[in-house]
Each structure stands twice: as structure tokens, then as C-alpha cells.
Design a protein around this ligand. Structure first.
Ligand code: HEM
Length: 366
């Protein structure tokens, strides 16, 4: 998510991979600051009171009530998308389904027009290609292209009375500490709700589908839970299953921090002030010290240690929203009238670092 270049510090980055180290750093923002970019990222790269102020604003857009109000809308979107998928012919759960759903859901939530979907999907492709390339100029160009899309939406929401009830318009008229938000702040907030998370959601869909279709018992259970009427117990079980799938193969791999003072790392090594630190959520989520065999599927035991959505003051505010999105998607795919299965032996293509999860998950409805 923090795609911008870090300030130059002269020291090599330190990667924290154990569960204990990652949790300790995430909960110690005074030492492990999030001010890792020279660009504005609201609230991601903020610290202290400034972070708390903007974070409260962000949280107010993702309350449990708002998320449950969106659920029927998103369920219809997921069901409609599943009905449009081919039967008897393979499709890719990441690109033909996950990405499409992510874009449609986001447009519906923010009040963005359906005509934008094609442009957002193209942007997602360029973003993935830029991240794979690791070329800073390419990443900067892709980030600028996204800002352009968001800016157009903010302008439209601020001037077109028809859009005055949309989430984008509501955000554009917010006050923070008695003043209006600057356009750059509005764009940044919306960018952090969308740019990184469109891809995260598509990746999570791929991971959940791959994990469930790889395990016969799990496949039967998820199909059963998806086909029957939703109740609180079944929903909770499904949510835990989904969280456990993405713990095992976490597509949201890292977050960045920078040290504000010298600190002693694991094994007694000295980490100087100003060192870039990588919190490796994916590695921590597979730490054998905490999870034993990291591939053992145990949703209930592992839930309290799961770091897919981070921890500490920057813990993902979109957790409820993503969990609901993944739940409606899982129900739509596994609860349809068709048998849902993987294709041949080559059905999975691993994503290339620095990205995680699967680039392609080839599946079939029969
Ligand atoms: C799809 C699955 C998602 C995953 C796996 C995920 C994961 C994460 C993680 C690990 C963090 C912590 C970053 C840190 O500590 O530096 C985070 C932060 C954040 N996420 Fe998510 N996220 C997801 C979806 C979303 C969605 C749907 C939204 C908004 C609509 C969202 C908005 C944010 C924001 C704004 C932050 C920064 C919070 C802060 O700095 O206080 N995320 N996310």
C-alpha cells in the first residue's frame, strides 16, 4: 500500500519476519514511525495525534452499520457476476471474477459511475505490471494515473448536485479540526481506500478460492455453508475460514516503517535511527513459533494471532468491509447451483514477488 519511495536514509532496510517482532514494532509507533514517504498518504503515513484525527474520520465511513447496509448491495453484485460467468468453460477467479467484483463494489460504494469500471480494471493491470517491474518511474506514473481518476471523481461529486448524496461527495464536505479538507487530502484518503485495496481484494478472492478448492473437506464445508440460509453462526464460521485461508497465503505482504531512534533488534543487533523497516505480515502469519505447521488449517485456534489486517494503531480500517466482501463472493461462487471445481494440474500460477497470492486461479463451473 505504501507504494511511494522512502526518504533516503543511507542504511539498508531491516525486514522483520517473526510474529513477535512484527507485532511489537506495529504497536510501537513512537519508535517505528509510519512517516515513510515524502508524499501525502492519509492516514497511512501519519503518526500520533495527526494520525488519530484522520483515522477517526476514515473509521466513521466503515462502521459495522455501514458495512451491513452495504451487504445486500454487494451480495447482488456478486450473484449477478457469478451468473455472467461461463459454465463448462474455464475462467480465472482472480482476473475474471475477483478484480471485476472489486471494481464494481467500489464504484457502488463510492458513487462512481459504472462506465469507470473498464478504466479501473485497466489501471489495476498496469499497477500489477508496475509493481512486478520494481521500476520507481513506472510506479510513479501509475500512481499519477490513479490520482487523475480520483480527482475527476472528487470534482464531479463537488459540482454535480445529482452526486451530492454519494460517499465521495460526503467525504469532500467533511471538516477536520474545524477546517475543510484540502483536495489533496480527499484524493489521498480515497486513493488509500481504492488503489491498493482493489488489488488486495482480487488477490484475496484468488487465495480463498485456491485454498478451498485444494482441500476436499473444506470444499464440502464451504459449499454447505454457502448454500444454506445465512445465520450468525454460519457467517462467523465462514468469516474465520476466509481469514485462515488468507493467513496461510497472505497476499498483503508488507508495510513500511522508519525508526525514530536507535533500537536493539532481535539477536541484539543495533538498528540505527532512520532505518527503513519492513513489517513482513506474510512471514509473521506463517511463523512456526506461533502457528506450528503454518499450513495446518485451524481457523479457530489461529484467529487471535492472525495478522492479515495488521495490528496496532494502523490496523486495517477496511477489515469489516473486506470480510463482508469476501463472504458474499465466497457464498456466490460456492453457493451457486453449479459444481465449482479447479481445472487441470496447471490451474494455479503463483504471483511474482514483490506481490503475493496467485496471479491466476483457473476454475470451472459444471
Ligand atoms: C482486501 C483485503 C485487505 C487487506 C489484506 C488489508 C490489509 C491491511 C493491512 C495489513 C494494513 C496495516 C498497514 C500498516 O500497519 O501499515 C492495512 C491498513 C489500511 N487499510 Fe487495509 N486491507 C484490505 C482491505 C482494505 C479496504 C477494503 C480498505 C478501505 C476501503 C482498506 C483501507 C486501509 C487503510 C486506509 C489503511 C491504513 C490505516 C492507517 O494507517 O491507520 N483496506 N490494510
Amino acid at each position: 500500500m505504501n507504494a511511494s519511495p522512502l526518504p533516503a536514509t543511507g542504511t539498508a532496510p531491516v525486514r522483520l519476519t517473526s510474529h513477535a517482532e512484527v507485532v511489537a514494532a506495529a504497536h510501537n509507533p513512537k519508535v517505528y514511525s509510519s512517516a515513510t514517504s515524502r508524499f501525502l498518504h492519509v492516514p497511512n503515513t501519519m503518526d500520533g495525534q495527526e494520525h488519530a484525527t484522520f483515522r477517526a474520520l476514515v473509521d466513521s465511513y466503515m462502521t459495522p452499520q455501514i458495512v451491513s447496509g452495504l451487504e445486500p448491495v454487494f451480495r447482488d453484485l456478486a450473484d449477478e457476476l457469478v451468473r455472467s460467468l461461463p459454465v463448462g468453460r474455464e475462467f480465472d477467479a482472480v482476473n475474471d471474477f475477483g478484480a471485476q467484483f472489486a471494481v464494481r463494489a467500489q464504484c457502488a460504494w463510492l458513487g462512481w459511475p459504472a462506465e469507470l469500471e473498464g478504466r479501473l480494471l485497466e489501471w489495476m493491470d498496469s499497477n500489477v505490471a508496475a509493481q512486478r517491474s520494481g521500476e520507481p518511474e513506472r510506479n510513479a506514473a501509475v500512481a499519477a494515473a490513479f490520482d487523475e481518476i480520483v480527482r475527476e471523481r472528487v470534482d464531479a461529486a463537488s459540482t454535480d448536485p445529482v452526486l451530492s448524496e454519494t460517499v465521495t461527495a460526503q467525504l469532500a464536505s467533511e471538516l477536520v479540526e474545524g477546517r475543510e479538507l484540502h483536495t489533496d487530502e480527499i484524493v489521498s484518503i480515497l486513493r488509500n481506500w481504492t488503489a491498493g485495496d482493489l488489488s488486495s481484494l482480487a488477490q484475496c478472492v484468488g487465495v480463498v478460492v485456491a485454498q478451498v478448492l485444494s482441500n476436499e473437506d473444506l470444499h464440502s464445508r464451504v459449499t454447505y455453508l454457502s448454500r444454506r440460509e445465512a445465520d450468525e453462526r454460519g457467517t462467523r464460521e465462514l468469516d474465520r475460514i476466509i481469514d485462515e485461508c488468507i493467513r496461510i497465503n497472505d497476499p498483503f505482504i508488507t508495510s513500511k516503517r522508519v525508526t525514530t531512534c536507535p533500537v536493539t533488534g532481535a539477536g541484539g543487533s543495533e538498528i540505527p535511527e532512520g532505518t527503513r523497516v519492513i513489517l513482513d505480515w506474510a512471514a509473521a502469519n506463517r511463523d512456526p513459533e506461533v502457528f506450528g505447521d503454518p499450513d495446518a488449517f485451524d481457523p479457530d485456534t489461529n484467529a487471535p494471532h492472525n495478522l492479515v489486517y495488521g495490528t496496532g494503531p494502523h490496523v486495517c480500517p477496511g477489515r469489516e468491509l473486506s470480510t463482508m466482501e469476501l463472504r458474499v463472493v465466497t457464498r456466490a461462487l460456492f453457493g451457486s447451483d453449479h459444481d465449482f471445481s479447479r481445472t487441470g494440474p496447471e490451474w494455479l500460477t503463483a504471483e511474482e514477488p514483490p506481490l503475493g497470492g496467485w496471479a491466476h486461479v483457473k476454475v470451472l463451473f459444471r
